[in-house]
Design a protein around this ligand. Structure first.
Ligand SMILES: C[S@@+](CC[C@H](N)C(=O)[O-])C[C@H]1O[C@@H](n2cnc3c(N)ncnc32)[C@H](O)[C@@H]1O
Length: 260
């Protein structure tokens, strides 16, 4: 997905909460993620929400970190986030994190940061995924911690099969048509998300399955949940200094849908 496509997506989307398929409430989202990484993170570091979209999760995270910066490639997303999800300790900025100069400038300004990233990697091609990982390593520096939630190949199969049943899922079908979501790119089949980070020198300290709560209802009237993966990691630089640190086993997070 290009900058232009994301900008068009956010410009066309109604501003109300829940308009995007993934725009679930923070209680179902960031609040369930924080316990998966809080104890390992330095709580005094700023937090960067990479690909913050409309800022709904960013604003919630600002209650838990001293300074939060929401970054997004789309000007329209940043403007929407600033308007709809402000907080005294949050700043939103337009930034393309595929650009390593941008990552380096942010690190010079902010120092090491923790990074929260939800649903950004899967829409990039393979080369850009590696570029983004290198930017994340720069942002983390020696002491930051990454939490990422990502769609996987499993998510793609799940969505494809759901749509093939003819289920009335207009948001899901719309995204599938617009982004190739559910049929095209996904970073990982089982275990591949972890491998992607490890190959780039990250120390993965935890990973597992987790539900992505959507804002679309299934035929039974319950909100659709998608099977996705999460990962908690440190940068290569830190990994070198902490070789003895315990590595986590693959876990299943609370709320994982039965099919995950
Ligand atoms: C699926 S949305 C997720 C939004 C938000 N993380 C959430 O969970 O609500 C992915 C976001 O990543 C942003 N994005 C895509 N490529 C990016 C890049 N190279 N740098 C920064 N943001 C990017 C998009 O504009 C979009 O807002």
């Amino acid at each position: 997905m290009t900058h232009t496509a994301w900008d068009a997506f956010w410009s066309a989307l109604p501003a109300e909460p829940g308009a995007a398929l993934w725009d679930s409430s923070p209680e179902l989202t960031a609040a369930r993620h924080l316990p998966l990484f809080r104890d390992r993170a330095d709580p005094l570091l700023p937090l960067v929400d990479l690909g913050c979209g409309n800022g709904r999760q960013t604003q919630w995270l600002a209650d838990h970190f001293p300074r939060v910066v929401g970054l997004d490639i789309a000007e329209s997303a940043v403007a929407l986030a600033a308007r709809t999800h402000p907080a005294p300790n949050v700043a939103y900025r337009r930034a393309d994190l595929l650009d390593h100069g941008t990552a380096a400038a942010l690190h010079t300004e902010l120092g090491d940061v923790n990074v929260y990233m939800r649903g950004v990697l899967h829409q990039l091609d393979q080369d850009d995924r590696v570029r983004l990982l290198d930017s994340i390593a720069v942002l983390l520096g020696a002491s930051g911690l990454l939490f990422a939630q990502e769609l996987t190949e499993h998510t793609g199969w799940y969505v494809s099969e759901l749509l093939a049943t003819g289920a009335a899922l207009p948001k899901t079908a719309g995204l599938a048509a617009h982004f190739g979501f559910g049929a095209r790119l996904a970073p990982a089949c089982e275990g591949q998300l972890r491998l992607l980070f490890e190959k780039r020198g990250f120390e993965v300290v935890a990973d597992g399955d987790i539900a992505l709560h959507t804002t679309e209802n299934s035929a039974d009237g319950r909100p659709l949940q998608l099977p996705t993966s999460y990962l908690v990691a440190r940068s290569a630089a830190d990994a070198r200094n902490t070789a003895a640190r315990t590595t986590g086993a693959r876990n299943t997070a609370p709320g994982t849908p039965p099919h995950a």
